[in-house]
Design a protein around this ligand. Structure first.
Ligand code: BES
Ligand code: ZN
Length: 606
């Protein structure tokens, strides 16, 4: 037996699932998907031989498992592991090519956010969305949930006809829901109240790691931004979104100029409800985005550049496991900043890098007690990837790649990037495989850039690049004082963020008061500014902001904002009750991943 991923029961000696067909009925009343998935097994000696096939699952209720001829196959659900979920072992007879699993998801499925109408912008219709990275796909479909196993798929989603399903896949067609073998059964069993249903057909021709499986169901509309870009959002939000993301086609062109053709046919965007737990998620063909980046001034579109970059680094070339997460995120931050540089100039890219570097140094400080989480090459056996998550693989990875670029020069580095993406297209690789490739292509560069220190030592090598630019200097001379009105008016949101992040902790109450009076920061509509300000104020024990903090914690579910605020509130005796009250009040509106991560924080922050 050969396990290949500490976060999957997948066994590399067993047949590989390379393709699946999913039929699922979306039940908003019971908050479950009822359905059936047929998994196709690649030809192999293991398939000829038969024997166990171990799949990942989490919270799934499995009612039947059958072979390609409809014959029942023995199966067994193992004990439930807090991190991995439950191993679903099917016993294959020799030569079996397909396995069908009939099952239902749990109402607590860790990937699925089920929203009541009042948790959406329209307040009229329910909404469902998935977030499968890192290891939540198994709570939606039983499969080999590791990036080592790429799959293509087809899916039929049975949904209320008033809603629309979206998937990170190619839309085929919508059919009215009539006698549908797998799902009619579920409809009958759970008393369909006669509401009109429809079945949306999807197909995904490009093989993806399972963490990129994604779906959403809601009342959404779209606007065309270019022949290959469309933005989806709730009706009241969609025009603002279309304005915000008007520059996306130019980003794709910039990325293609550097990394080669865009391989996923379409790059559509879905602006999620506020409880979406991330800034963005690079679901192929359909990036999911937090609504907090629709700021009205395109100031936060770097998140789109980031998710777009994953089309090459992450989706085309994937980390082998969560232990090599930096390969996804470090490269993607690097690519994101190259796009920003092309589109908005070098100083803007430097500013982003400076914000990132400051955030990295703060995080490294916070993680001094957990040095293992600050090495790029992770060791995560027994550790939940959602709890290991931090900015470190992003920004430390970025700095390492920048150091390499500076060692070999941009031209040689760009050549390397293109060859790397070509060599590992539609594959997953480890840090070790990457190192071998790097050494072969750019001999000696790793050593000169201190690569081993980034990968294997905690903290940041002293040789790490430092950002410099005039714009940066102009902002960094401001703290700890309060900018004049006209100075403040000239700052972009990113510069505000940089300024707030560099203010001393604590900042005196009079300074906080002056800042808020002069610039109305507590009423900022830019989530980066607002969250930066609220954090500064909480960390300065400035009580006037607390009502705003509590309100903010109920308005958004993006973990980048929730986590630091909860941590700051929790670590101060005076504000701990506020964290408790806010969580009690708002947790039902958070996505299960965010709910769990914050719940664990309550137990671990002293
Ligand atoms: N793939 C990540 C989000 C993610 C990481 C989800 C790990 C689950 C597990 C996405 O590409 C991302 O990095 N988003 C950032 C964007 C930012 C770096 C511009 C975010 O959500 O803030
Ligand atoms: Zn990313």
């Amino acid at each position: 037996m050969a396990r290949i991923d500490p976060h999957s029961y997948c066994d590399s000696d067993q047949p590989a699932v390379t393709w699946f067909e999913l039929r699922a009925r979306v039940d908003f009343e019971r908050r479950v998907l009822d359905g059936e998935v047929t998994l196709a097994l690649a030809p192999s000696a293991a398939r000829d031989r038969g024997g166990p096939l171990d799949l990942d699952s989490r919270g799934l209720v499995v009612t039947a498992v059958r072979g390609g001829g409809g014959e029942a196959l023995p199966f067994e659900l193992g004990p439930s592991d807090e991190i991995l979920g439950t191993r679903l072992r099917v016993v294959l007879a020799p030569g079996i090519e397909r396995v069908s699993v009939r099952y239902s998801t749990s109402p607590e499925a860790s990937a699925l956010g089920w929203l009541l109408p009042e948790q959406t912008a329209s307040r009229q219709h329910p909404y469902l969305f998935s977030q499968c990275q890192a290891i939540h796909a198994r709570s939606v479909v039983p499969l080999q949930d590791t990036p080592h196993r790429r799959v293509t798929f087809r899916a039929e989603l049975d949904v209320p006809a008033a809603l629309r399903s979206l998937m990170a896949a190619r839309f085929v067609e919508r059919r009215p829901a009539t006698a549908h073998a797998a799902t009619a059964h579920a409809a009958a069993a759970h008393g369909d109240k006669g509401a009109e249903r429809a079945i949306d057909h999807w197909e995904m021709p490009e093989p993806i790691p399972p963490y990129l499986l994604a779906l959403a169901v809601g009342a959404v509309e779209s606007r065309e931004l270019s022949p290959r870009v469309r933005v989806w959002a709730e009706p009241g939000e969609v025009d603002a979104a279309a304005r915000e993301f008007g520059g996306v086609e130019a980003m794709i062109a910039a990325a293609e100029g550097m990394f080669g053709p865009y391989d996923w046919e379409r790059f559509d965007l879905l602006v999620m409800p506020p409880s979406f737990p991330y800034g963005g998620m690079e679901n192929p063909r359909l990036t999911f985005l937090t609504p907090t980046i629709v700021a009205g001034d395109r100031s936060l579109v770097n998140v789109v550049a980031h998710e777009l970059s994953h089309s090459w680094t992450g989706n085309l070339v994937s980390n082998a496991t969560a232990e090599h997460f930096w390969l996804n995120e470090g490269f993607t931050v690097y690519a994101e900043r190259r796009i920003i540089e092309r589109i908005a100039g070098r100083e803007e890219a430097e500013l982003h890098a400076a914000v990132g570097r400051a955030e990295l140094l703060r995080t490294l400080d916070e993680l001094v007690g957990q040095p293992d989480l600050t090495r790029l090459r992770g060791h995560l056996d027994g550790i939940d990837p959602d709890h290991a998550f931090s900015i470190v693989p992003y920004e430390k990875g970025y700095l390492m790649l920048l150091a390499l670029e500076q060692q070999v020069g941009r031209e040689a580095w760009d050549g390397f990037l293109r060859r790397y993406m070509q060599a590992f297209r539609f594959r997953a690789l480890t840090t070790e495989e990457w190192l071998v490739f790097l050494e072969r292509e750019l001999p000696g560069a790793a050593e000169r850039a201190d690569v081993a220190a980034y990968l294997h030592l905690p903290g940041l090598p002293s040789s790490a690049p430092v950002m410099r630019s005039d714009r940066l200097e102009r902002v960094l001379v401001l703290p700890p004082s309060v900018p004049l009105e006209r100075e403040g008016a000239r700052l972009t949101p990113l510069e505000w963020r940089l300024y707030l992040d560099h203010m001393p902790r604590p900042t005196p109450a009079e300074t906080c008061a002056a800042l808020d009076t002069r610039f109305a920061l507590s009423r900022s509509r830019n989530a980066e500014i607002l969250s930066g300000w609220l954090l500064l104020a909480v960390e300065s024990d400035y009580p006037a902001v607390l009502p705003h903090v509590e309100a903010f914690l109920g308005q958004i579910g993006r973990m980048k904002y929730l986590k630091p605020l909860y941590r700051a509130l929790l670590s101060r005796p005076a504000t701990r009750p506020i964290a408790e009250r806010a969580f009690a009040r708002h947790q039902a509106g958070y996505h299960p991943i965010a709910r769990h991560v914050i719940d664990v924080m309550f137990a671990t922050v002293p």
